[in-house]
Design a binder for this molecule. Sequence first.
Ligand code: B1M
Length: 213
Amino acid sequence: MSELEHLAQLMEEGNAATVAEVTQQLLNAGMAPQTILNDGLIVGMGVVGEKMRTGEMYLPEVLQSATAMHAALKLLKPLLARDGVKPLGKIVMGTVKGDVHDIGKNLVGILLQGAGFEIVDLGVNVSPAKFIETIEQQKPALLALSAMLTTTMLNMKTTIEAINNAGLRSKVKIIVGGAPVSEKFAGEIGADAYARDAVKAVGKVKELLAVAA
Ligand code: B1M
């Protein structure tokens, strides 16, 4: 079994301390953070998702895997994100109302920060009113909405409608993403862009804000 297969298996077992320890060992051995993320941690989380779907894993175990992912991301974050550079633009982000999934959103935030954007992360279960209040206060160039449930993706629509009704839609670009979201859905709800993953999100945001790639 390769080191990355081992890390993916540890993600399934959900022992945060061990996942963090092995992540650190791989970093010390010179492995690229993107490789550890994509070929170890995310692969492991994919298996967890499949086992959750088939009923082989239950919520408390999935939560342990999520905690392990957070522990590893904490180690990777400083390597994926750069601090101290002049920001390219301000981005407000959050997981929409009713949804507590934050790992994907956090990754999008880390990579956007790494690309030079300033991130205001509102966390999870964010109501349309909270997004509106923050847009008014922070005046971001872009709003990034995440949803992981087929039920909560509908709250992206509600959020965009509320922003429209508040007269703020023309002031902010909007990108949406998350496992159940599609390009078609993004168009239907009036978002400016959709991205399938965090790397693509950075490209799309740069396009929307006309920042050189
Ligand atoms: Co949940 N969950 N979960 N869960 N969970 C899913 C999403 C599910 C697909 C699992 C399954 O059944 N196979 C399923 C959704 C089914 C559906 O709606 N179609 C599901 C369910 C049903 C639920 C509950 C309803 C279970 C229950 O209570 N019975 C419940 C809902 C809670 C709620 O939100 N109200 C629930 C709860 C949980 C936990 C709390 C236990 C935990 C979340 C912990 C946390 O996030 N802090 C959890 C987890 C961990 C998962 C899975 C296993 C993993 C999600 C994850 O972190 N993936 C997930 C199964 C799966 O996705 N395979 C599942 C890793 C992450 C890197 O990927 O989040 O997809 P992802 O992010 C990607 C892209 O989607 C994209 O880029 C990211 C990285 O490249 N992306 C964006 C995300 N946001 C973006 C925004 C963008 C652009 C791209 O622009 C703004």
